[in-house]
Design a protein around this ligand. Structure first.
Ligand code: ARG
Ligand code: ZN
Length: 877
């Protein structure tokens, strides 16, 4: 452990910057050995800061070597500045001046993948959140916005493509024959949106004509062997541009929009102004190498980054506590976009399922934080499901409270009022409130209060008056640093069904409708529905109208009725999940008690009906057939018994498979498709139903099913079907599983993104020797510790192996801890993300809990990066 540990910074301490940078001129002399960066910063004291003689303090990184610094072309002697704790401090400055700074960096040794680094044979950057300081000294904070001009000098033979933000304005040669390219971005921006790329790249060109009839040049760059895989992303980009015009009235603002794919990237993608940089796993797509899920993800992320041009770039964040201002809103925008492109209900189910599994777990763990955190040690740790997904739910609730029209008026006002500014979540809510007249004062608590609220609902029916009463009680559990909570404003969308499943019209507060949004604002509140002749079955929290845990004592009969008849498609899925959770919970308890598992499953009836109802969307049927995941059941459990959960899921799956074997076989055959692969909602739906049907059928003893798995693997003309067959073989312990895995690798070893899928599946296997397998994978030629996608594949896959990761002797936890320690300094962001499974130690069954905790303590004893230190120390607190 270090002598002194990193300390937290607080939202309440925010102060406007003492200095501003009106113009930033950067020159990069790129070279394999050393890169020289010269910056010319046109600075002045910030009038808003007030009169001051405060010194100028610029942010830097330990990897930035200062060569020299000059003020108005006067080279400062060493006594006039100092570098301390990665800050460059200059005591005396004029009110307005030009600061010139020369620094040396070594991108080829940058393993953190923040700032300027090498990926394959190119140079690229990642500056959000605080990466720019690893390039040169700067006021690296989002409220310092500057107009950037960037000069790139490089050897054209190796780096024919040289890109930065904005427009290319000049091109020439140096005396030594190197190429010089100058880019200028007219829109003031914070340094986190700066980008630079140089490499030998292929390009795909296109044009988009905006609503005001301007032609925008579109370019996607990749290494030459991948350029045949960008057509889908290009089409997705054009759909996004059109959608943002039609839905939000937002038009693109520069004459050129570029996307570059890089292999080594810590996150999914980055919205740098005019020059988005993507993890190649989130951009490239081809039928043979890419699954349906990934097609949808590519489209969503292309849209997400594009939408940031307004929600993020034109209007940005004042400070990093406001991260959800851009991320929550932009996730909401990309979710709505995908819903519009495909199926709204399917999209909602997928998003909610993810939220309830992963964000709810985060909100219940040691890293729980509000959507607008009040403090942090390392901001990279706050690119979380809470800031992104729960942040999106907050914007969605505002949409529900205002209605579509007023919401649009609110967003128009927000963009109009704050264009070119760095603002706060409060400013966003104020615009929504001002444009709509809807009071959002209490609602704002969603931004500052962590934890998932629990809403308990009870009901009664008064036959004499035909009145149905719902009583709702809300309670948000304590989270670290927030022992007590205030009531939130929770929109609860409700419909009512009669015994036959028909939708009922009822009157609430004088309004007669089939669907009501109830406003739960107190700790306890009662709502009355009038005009009913019998006690209805309530369809609660339709469309998941608020990110809460709903508790209502549904009988199995109620759930089967909702599953078969609710007019809200989302709640049909929700009912099926609840039914499955109830049955699995009973089975898990039997497993924990060491009993033989047995259940009279109601799901058999529900599933049978579904499999025989041709009026349903096959995609919805597939989602309903998917049993609650190991991860979701773990989120629900206290304590978590991983092996019992696994056993219960396997048992129920086998039971359903055997009971409905003929139905699964038939559905499998009915949804098989000939013809070319298309990633359309319709085709994806058929494939998903077909493949889940096969996964059940393969759980039976049927010889035919086993043959079908192998045959689909061999004959598939697309990766979705081939990989589904492979996964089924592996998960059902098919006798050919090993052979298929080996043949898959042989077939795809030249395609790194496919190999990553193979790494993940191989690492996730349930077998006594899982740890040996994963160690072998990390020695495999296809593995590379420097590549975050590969690390995530292998270690993420291993985390899914109950027999490997949760081995009772603790060897799985020790292995993960070893990898965290190994990556701690090399790539702090990745190391920190790897800690997540261990942070759940308090919820684990006692025997495993102590072993996890011991590993956390072992990690804490190391000399840790800020990133890892924050997560580990908070987990042990
Ligand atoms: N703003 C990027 C996005 O579109 C993510 C950047 C992630 N950066 C980080 N340091 N975690 O969501
Ligand atoms: Zn984003």
């Amino acid at each position: 452990m270090k002598e002194s540990q990193p300390s937290a910074i607080f939202l309440k301490d925010y102060k406007v910057p003492p200095f501003l940078i009106d113009k930033t001129e950067l020159t990069f002399d790129l070279d394999e050995a050393t890169t020289i960066v010269t910056s010319r910063l046109h600075m002045r004291r910030n009038p808003a800061f007030g009169k001051s003689t405060a010194p100028l303090v610029l942010d830097g990184g330990e990897d930035v070597k200062l060569i020299g610094v000059a003020m108005d072309d006067y080279a400062l002697p060493p006594e006039e500045y100092r570098v301390s704790e990665n800050k460059l401090i200059i005591t005396a400055t004029a009110d307005e001046f030009l600061l010139t700074c020369e620094t040396l960096i070594e991108p080829q040794n940058n393993t953190r993948l923040e700032g300027l680094y090498r990926s394959s044979s190119m140079f690229c950057t990642q500056c959000e959140a605080e990466g720019f300081r690893h390039i040169t000294y700067y006021l690296d904070r989002p409220d310092v916005m500057s107009v950037f001009t960037t000069t790139i000098i490089a050897d054209e033979a190796r780096y024919p493509v040289m890109l930065s933000n904005g427009n290319e304005v000049e091109r020439g040669k140096t005396d030594e024959g190197k190429t010089v390219v100058v880019w200028h971005d007219p829109f003031p921006k914070p340094a986190y949106l700066f980008a630079l790329v140089a490499g030998d790249l292929a390009v795909k060109n296109d044009v988009f004509t905006t609503q005001s009839k301007r032609d925008v040049k579109l370019q996607i760059f990749t290494e030459s062997h991948n350029i045949d895989k960008v057509d889908y992303a290009m089409e997705a980009l054009k759909r996004s541009m059109r959608w943002d015009e039609e839905t939000y009235g937002r038009e693109y603002d520069l004459d050129i929009f570029m996307i570059v794919a890089v292999d080594d990237f810590n996150m999914g993608a980055m919205e740098n102004k005019g020059l988005n940089i993507f993890n190649s796993s989130c951009l490239l797509a081809s039928p043979e190498t890419t699954t349906d899920d990934t097609y949808l993800r590519v489209e969503a992320i292309v849209a997400h980054e594009y939408f940031h041009n307004w929600s993020g770039n034109r209007v940005t964040c004042r400070d990093w506590f406001q991260l959800s201002l851009k991320e929550g809103f932009t996730v909401f925008r990309d979710q709505t976009f995908s819903a519009d492109m495909h199926s709204e209900t399917v999209k909602r189910v997928e998003d909610v399922s993810f939220l309830k599994t992963a964000q709810f777990a985060e909100d219940a763990g040691p890293m729980a934080h509000p959507v607008r955190p009040a403090s942090f040690i390392e901001i990279s740790n706050f690119y979380t499901l809470t800031v992104y997904e729960k942040g999106s739910e907050i914007v969605r609730m505002i949409h529900t409270l205002l209605g579509a029209e007023k919401f649009r008026a609110g967003s128009d006002l927000y963009f109009d009022r704050h264009d070119g500014q760095a603002v706060t979540c409060d400013d966003f809510v104020a615009a929504m409130q001002d444009a709509s007249g809807v009071d959002l004062t209490q609602f704002k608590r969603w931004y500052s209060q962590a934890g998932t609220p629990i809403v308990k609902v009870t009901d009664s029916f008064d036959a004499a008056t035909g009145t149905y009463r719902l009583t709702m009680v809300q309670d948000t559990p304590a989270t670290p640093g927030q022992p007590t909570k205030l009531p939130l404003h929770i929109p609860v969308r409700v419909g009512l069904l009669d015994e036959q499943g028909s939708v009922l019209t009822a009157e609430v507060n004088g309004v007669s409708a089939e669907d009501h949004v109830l406003h739960l604002t107190s700790s306890e509140q009662e709502f009355e529905f009038h005009g009913l002749s019998a006690k209805p079955v309530p369809s609660l929290l339709r469309g998941f109208s608020a990110p809460v845990k709903l508790r209502y004592d549904y009988s199995s009969t109620d759930l089967l009725l909702l599953l078969s008849s609710d007019s809200d498609g989302f709640n049909r899925w929700s009912a099926s999940q609840q039914l499955a959770v109830n049955e699995l919970t009973a089975l898990i308890n039997q497993a924990i008690e060491g009993q033989e598992l047995s259940i009279d499953s109601q799901l058999v009836h529900g599933f049978k009906a579904l499999l025989n109802d041709e009026s349903l969307d096959p995609a919805m049927v597939a989602l309903i057939l998917a049993l609650p995941s190991q991860a979701y059941l773990s989120e629900l459990a206290t304590p978590i018994y991983p092996a019992a959960i696994k056993q219960a899921r396997q048992y129920l799956k086998a039971l359903l498979a055997n009971a409905l074997s003929a139905d699964f076989e038939r559905v499998y055959r009915e949804h098989k498709m000939d013809g070319d692969y298309q990633p359309t909602a319709e085709d994806i739906a058929h494939r998903s139903l077909k493949n889940i049907a096969l996964s059940y059928w393969a759980e039976t003893e049927s010889e035919l099913a086993q043959q079908e798995v192998v045959s689909q693997f061999k004959t598939a003309n697309n990766m979705t079907d081939q990989f589904a067959a492979l996964s089924i073989a592996v998960n059902s312990q098919h006798e050919k599983a090993e052979a298929l895995l080996a043949s898959f690798y042989e077939q795809w070893k030249a395609e790194p993104l496919v190999v990553n899928k193979w790494l993940m599946l191989s690492a996730s296997q349930e077998q006594e020797t899982a740890l040996t397998t994963v160690k072998g994978l990390m020695e495999h030629p296809a593995f590379d510790l420097k590549n975050p996608n590969k690390v995530r594949s292998v270690l993420g896959g291993f985390g899914q192996s109950v027999s490997g990761f949760h081995h009772e002797n603790g060897s799985g936890y020790a292995f993960l801890a070893d990898q965290i320690i190994l990556l701690n300094k090399r790539n702090p962001q990745i190391a920190s993300r790897l800690c997540t499974p261990l942070t759940r130690w308090k919820k684990m069954q006692p025997e495993l809990s102590v072993k996890m905790k011991a590993e956390l303590e072992r990690i804490l004893a190391e000399d840790l990066s800020k990133d890892v230190y924050e997560v580990i120390s908070k987990s042990l607190a």
